[in-house]
Design a protein around this ligand. Sequence first.
Ligand code: PGA
Length: 249
Amino acid sequence: MRKPIIAGNWKMNNTIAETKALVADLIPLVKDAACDVVICTPYTDLAAAVEATAGTNIKVGAENVHWAEKGAFTGEISAKMLVELGVEYVIIGHSERRQYFGETDETVNARMKAALAAGLKPIVCVGELLEERESGKTEEVVTRQTVGAFKDIDKSELENIVIAYEPVWAIGTGKTATAQDANDTIKVIRDTMAKLYCEKCAQEKVRIQYGGSMNPKNVAELMAMPEIDGGLIGGASLKAEDFSKVVNY
Ligand code: PGA
């Protein structure tokens, strides 16, 4: 019913030359994937990634987008600029942006609206910090982030949006949420979407990924959970062999 989607988040890794080499290695390894395959790259690699993946089943995404159409925002990139490059997806509200670059629920929502208006597909990230998990606030945090991200976003857009649940303590640490914990929190997010929109929309249209140290070893167990519709993969997306094993779980 919901087609799985596995996306790589390269973060601040790979030059153009490295992008060309990685994509060339990846293409034959993922060509028969049963899921949607996306690579999200630094801005400077996007053109090379789009060119190298043309005619393949690999889609390209950016890692951020500004909310304004254009103007005096030194160093920023607009949705229209990404669309012109042939970019299809964009990560919004990654925890690293929330932690290090002042991203808030309001700016996440503004970026979502700008991305959707331009025809990009957002991969919007939510997830709790370690101290929030330890103090029993996981549900409250992911619910607040989800409600904030989707403020004033129309039901008709839901099939163009992917949610990534990424517990911050599991990102880049080698610690994965247990498959059951990940599934339970994703269920909370799906229930929130059902309340915001409708039960049928949440069940049929909303794809929710897990992210946080997902790798070739744990992907099968995570993907076997009923609520988990894919993964957002950091470290393991930087090697063609590892990423292809996740994609072909
Ligand atoms: P990781 O990163 O797979 O390296 O934990 C995931 C992410 O930050 O999206």
